[in-house]
Design a protein around this ligand. Sequence first.
Ligand code: BG6
Length: 333
Amino acid sequence: MATTAAAVAATSVVVLDRGNNTTCTINLHGATVVSWRVNNQEQLFVSKLASFDGKKAIRGGIPFVFPQFGAWSFGPQHGFARITRWHLDRAPERLHNGDVEAIFSLMDNEFTRSIWNYQFRITYRLILREKELHFHIGVYNPSKDLSFTFNMLLHTYLKVPDVRRCQITGLQGCHFIDKTREGALYQEGREVVTVNEWTDRIYQHTPQEHVITNVVSGRKMRLHKYNFPDTVIWNPWIDRSREMSDFGDDEFPNMLCVEAGNVSAPVILLPGTAFEASQILQVAKCPYYKPTKDRLVNINYNTVGESYHSTSHTTGSFIDVVSEVQRRQMPFD
Ligand code: BG6
């Protein structure tokens, strides 16, 4: 990788290039992932009206929501992390297996303390694999005596040809807060969730995996998460699209937000402790494109999920769990 930390200081984007037209672009404004191309196929939606003025949150890609989800009496909606410039800790580096990694960080500064008077440090590690993007997040509370609470969420905008044709698995039986109905609580009865109207739901205690069908090229996207108990499903539909100045009126059919986070209950971080969470997005081929002899059948993703325990928040077990996820990635493709 030619990119050096010094070169990046002068610009605002960082590109991870794995070869074969597989890239990931991160804008330092919010450490927002603004593009993820797999074999030249863009996976993320970014609005044609998105603002890149270094002030507003970028409308699309994967904004980083912290330390607040939603409206906030102390500061901007969805917190300040998505509108603050992050630091590049490690410029893109090729790993021995060909994957490419970069590490970003955000610490408290005058601006963040003027809104939220706590010391913190976030480390955001991204790894670009052949058909996957891995996100590993650590939040550290360096204070000797002050605890703080926070929400966190990866606001993933998936690019889809027609949102009405997408199905989302893994939500059946989960309770959800419906923000389109004054925050009423319901239970999901459907085996797969579809989106045919304004949708803004916080699903609680969701499993570690969702599969979203009919994303770009008719493929499936697998979202695997660790330590993110909630899943937000959002599409503004027609009327709400018109209310957003940085979103085209006709763009809602082409995006679907499936957002892994800690939002319905805050995370409490005691002095001197760390919190860790991760997400893996994986592009899968549509089964029809796969020769029969290679096709893996009878994969029970629930079983895979069940044997994937994560009770401790210590760094050691986090790495064990992540590598366990990495070892289990084969069945999907
Ligand atoms: C979703 C929220 O996560 O983000 C919605 O559930 C919100 O309520 C949406 O409208 C977009 O928020 P923003 O601040 O980027 O316009």
